[in-house]
Design a protein. Structure first.
Length: 882
């Protein structure tokens, strides 16, 4: 019955390589129209299929006429659950590019009957509309704004002029309350950061215009962020009603794929709001008696399959237990062995003639023309040390700051990179050395100012532009197929690919299913099997599929032509002639100053310093926090980190909204330098350790109260002993200019003991004369303080008088054992020290707790001054919020 299925240990979240409608085997079954896709309209166990088509026609490479188009995607059969009720209104569904007579619309969801008056919807141009008095959600919790030019409709609807409020190609809308606080926003199109992906796979970019398409939240979606939305086909629009759960649109491997018997990974692109995935595997297309029916918490299973033909499909399960319709089924052929090596060249003409292959198996590949004798093979993944600011992952194999050794479905940094991986394989075939990250940078560097969104993350990419760039400006000719609703003759597809392979040119292909979602593969060969007399030859394409979970290499195997035909959205032909793969900059792989920010990133993205053997270049803004740690904090901070927001949808993602922390001494501009907010310089905000938020100026106000006491007692010529006692009392506060102001009170007491010889005559014996100087008790009026940073240690404080204070002719009391007490004047003139500093010699004397930092230490005399007796410096400073 098809073997046993084991849950995969790998394959988790988002995928990157899709599948498409199924055609049938054109080999042993000839043209007998076997029901290779008849599973499409099955409604099993309450979860139907969203594919209403009949069996897809068998096509042959000799067929010069297009067989027609398959039906449009049907509406979901499974009724959606009721809308989730949130505490406030949310944007729920948007049709921004209507087709035909349909109207553009914006749908809000809230609690049934919720008052919505005064809410404001604004677009990317700051045009806004305010919901009128009396506006409220309908009985099912929806409020609909229709741009149809009609008069007002029933409660829960607002009809407006069909103006250009919604940009049909690239726009954004924001929902705010009456006070102006943002409740929600959503964007679409290539020019908008954080846009909802126009395609649920990786083979098309957001620049693709799909008339009638809607973007919508699954029913239980309540969080912000593009990952919480899905692109739905036009027939799935539900204005004023609950949205359907997003179905699975991309299955891996693609339909018609050939696998070897044994363990086979079946997977799907993850869908928004899915908590589990229900996999069914059958040996017949109707799924009347599935061999396996398993629900797991990841979008993959590992299946042990024997030789045979199988059908499999997937339905996502939402957190509330509701299940979306099953995907259209994929057909999988399992053979005992799959030999993808080229057959010996027998001198047959190119292209092959039917008479030349009769009775033969002919396989032609690009291996012999490839570097190393094998076409480059690469799975889709992050593959360099370029810093990916949109990811917050630090777990091994998923790191935001280094290459990933293998492809993981669970990682947005990997799972939509199929186009980038395909381009990398072609680039390396032509002698280049591009990484996927470098190509992604070229595509996305201008998506937003600064280094944010520079690399690919959770976004598909159309192959033509990156392919042309990766080959130094080569001409790339897209040809659209059945998956793009274009009636392409099967013979055209076969001949184009055959000519390309025979001419030494690989063919990049974006494949799709009618349920939506694309994936990119590379055709690197073809096969014609005419060994069975009286049976139509089997035609297959040899592909490298980068969506190979848990592997560094692409999955290399054949796909049957008839099924491949129906899945082609577009294939991209290179002009005949020589091509040269682009080389990437050396700085992609070099870290000159060894600060974990590689040279290309320093030069092109972050504008930070880099010098060999120069530790100072690791800290461009001189705040004692390395450039890497400041970038890291802006990614991983739980409240404001870019990566945390994009990956987990928590926080606000504004760590880099105002400044580049690695270039700014005080990122939030609140007056407290970054190194005072990140006291241990580790790139983390730890409130329990006295740290504050370097992205929030409101918490920068500080009060610093402290005392510095110094006592000096030493033998110092001409004095026998010299004593000085200084007390400095400070009451300081921070300002917006990173300076400390307040009060500084100074009290100085001093005396000296002078050894005197026999003089005057009445004092013939040597003696010790004591001078006690009048105390100095004053308040410094013109001073300024600031924090100082110390690499690897706690911050210090320096307080300086702007003008030196001198005292002359001060009174003194003289005690002379011979002449007796007397009054005198200090005529030498002296100045107190014009600066004081606080710097804990080690972390043990720097005490931190929530909302409290204390410098408390005592320093004994220096060992270089052996003449001192009992001298010390005692510091006790405390910093608290004010």
């Amino acid at each position: 019955m098809g073997g046993r299925i084991l849950p995969a240990l790998l394959i988790l979240l988002l995928v990157g390589c899709p599948t498409v409608p199924t055609g049938d085997d054109n080999g042993a079954n000839g043209n007998d129209n076997t029901n290779g896709n008849s599973n499409a309209n099955v409604n099993d166990n309450g979860s139907g299929s969203n594919d209403d088509s009949a069996v897809l026609p068998i096509v042959s490479p000799t067929q010069d006429k297009a067989p027609g188009l398959t039906p449009d995607v049907a509406k979901p059969k499974t009724p959606p659950p009721p809308s989730a009720v949130g505490a406030s209104a949310l944007l729920n569904e948007v049709r921004f590019n209507p087709a035909g007579d349909d109207a553009a619309f914006i749908e809000l969801k809230a609690a049934p009957g919720a008052e919505l008056s005064g809410l404001v919807v604004a677009n990317e141009n700051a045009d806004s509309l305010e919901l009128p008095v009396g506006a409220s959600a309908g009985p099912t919790g929806f409020y609909l704004i229709l741009f149809d030019g009609q008069s007002d409709g029933p409660p829960g609807e607002l009809h407006l002029s069909a103006a250009s409020f919604l940009n049909p190609t690239s726009g954004r809308i924001t929902l705010s309350d009456a006070a102006g606080d943002r409740l929600d926003d959503v964007a679409w199109g290539a020019q908008q950061p954080d846009a909802v992906a126009a395609d649920s796979g990786g083979g098309l970019g957001n620049e693709i215009e799909l008339p009638g398409q809607v973007i919508a939240r699954p029913p239980e979606s309540l969080l912000p962020g593009p990952q919480n939305w899905s692109a739905y086909p036009p027939t799935w629009a539900t204005p004023g009603a609950s949205n359907p759960n997003a179905g699975v649109s991309v299955l891996l491997p693609m339909s018609g794929f050939i696998e070897e018997a044994g363990p086979v990974v079946l997977a799907c692109y993850p869908t928004a709001n899915a908590l589990e995935y229900r996999f069914q595997v059958a040996v017949e297309p109707a799924f009347e008696s599935p061999a396996e029916d398993i629900t797991i918490d990841q979008p993959s299973v590992t299946v042990m399959l024997e030789v045979g033909t199988y059908f499999w499909r997937v339905a996502p399960v939402a957190a509330d237990g509701s299940t979306a319709d099953f995907s259209p089924a994929n057909r999988l052929i399992v053979e005992a062995q799959v030999d993808t090596e080229a057959t010996p060249d027998d001198g047959a003409a190119k292209p092959l003639r039917r008479s030349q292959v009769a009775g033969k198996l002919v396989t032609r590949t690009l291996d012999a023309r490839s570097p190393g004798g094998r076409f480059p093979s690469e799975s889709q993944r992050k593959d360099s040390h370029m810093l990916l600011l949109e990811s917050n992952r630090e777990d091994e194999g998923f790191e935001w700051d280094r290459p990933h050794p293998v492809f993981h479905l669970a990682d947005f940094a990997d799972n939509l990179n199929c186009t980038l991986a395909a381009v990398k394989m072609v680039n390396h075939y032509y002698g280049g050395d591009l990484t996927q990250d470098r190509t992604g940078y070229e595509l996305h560097k201008d998506d937003a100012p600064g280094p944010e969104t520079d690399l690919n993350y959770g976004e598909g990419n159309t192959p033509d532009r990156p392919l042309a760039w990766a080959l130094g400006g080569a001409r790339v000719n897209p040809v659209y197929g059945a998956g793009a609703r274009v009636e392409l003759p099967p013979s055209t597809l076969w001949k184009n690919v055959e000519d390309a392979i025979d001419g030494g040119r690989p063919v990049v292909v974006a494949v799709t299913r009618r349920a939506g979602g694309t994936h990119t593969v590379v055709i690197i060969g073809y096969q014609v099997d005419a060994r069975r007399p009286g049976v139509e030859p089997i035609h297959r394409f040899l592909v490298n599929d980068p969506g190979n979970e848990g592997q560094a290499a692409a999955k290399r195997s054949f796909v049957e032509f008839s099924e491949f035909y129906w899945q082609v959205y577009a294939y991209y032909l290179l002009d005949a002639g020589s091509h040269a793969g682009r080389k990437q900059e050396a700085g992609i792989g070099v870290d000159t100053d060894q600060d974990q920010v590689y040279d290309f990133d320093e030069d092109m993205r972050f504008r930070t310093k880099r010098q060999p053997n120069a530790p100072a270049s690791r800290d461009t803004d001189g705040d004692c926090i390395s450039d890497y740690n400041e970038i890291k904090l802006s990614v991983l901070d739980e409240r404001h980190g870019v990566g945390v927001y994009r990956t987990t949808l928590h926080g606000d993602g504004r760590a880099r909204a105002r400044n580049a922390p690695e270039l700014t001494l005080d990122t939030d501009g609140g007056g407290l330098s970054d190194f005072v907010e990140d006291l241990n310089q580790n790139g983390k905000i730890e409130p329990d350790k006295g740290e504050s938020d370097p992205y929030d100026s409101a918490d920068d106000r500080r009060k610093i109260v402290g005392t510095i006491r110094s006592y000096l007692e030493r033998d110092e010529q001409p004095f026998r002993l010299y004593y000085r006692h200084i007390d400095d009392d400070f009451d300081l506060q921070t300002g917006t200019n990173r300076k400390l102001t307040g009060s500084w009170k100074i009290m100085i007491e001093s005396q000296s003991v002078v050894s005197s010889g026999p003089a005057p005559p009445q004092c013939p014996e040597p003696r010790q004369i004591t001078y006690v100087y009048a105390p100095l008790d004053r308040e410094a009026m013109n001073f300024e303080g600031e924090f100082t940073c110390n690499v690897g240690g706690p911050p210090g404080i320096v307080i300086r008088e702007k003008e030196p204070f001198y005292r002359h002719h001060s009174d003194s009391e003289i005690d002379d054992p011979c002449l007796g007490p007397n009054h005198g004047t200090d005529v030498m003139g002296w100045a107190p020290l014009v600066a004081r500093s606080v710097h804990s010699p080690n972390m043990a004397e720097f005490i931190t707790a929530r909302n409290r930092v204390q410098w408390k230490y005592r320093i004994a005399p220096s060992s270089t001054l052996p003449i001192e007796h009992g001298s010390y410096l005692e510091v006790d400073f405390t910093m608290t919020p004010r």
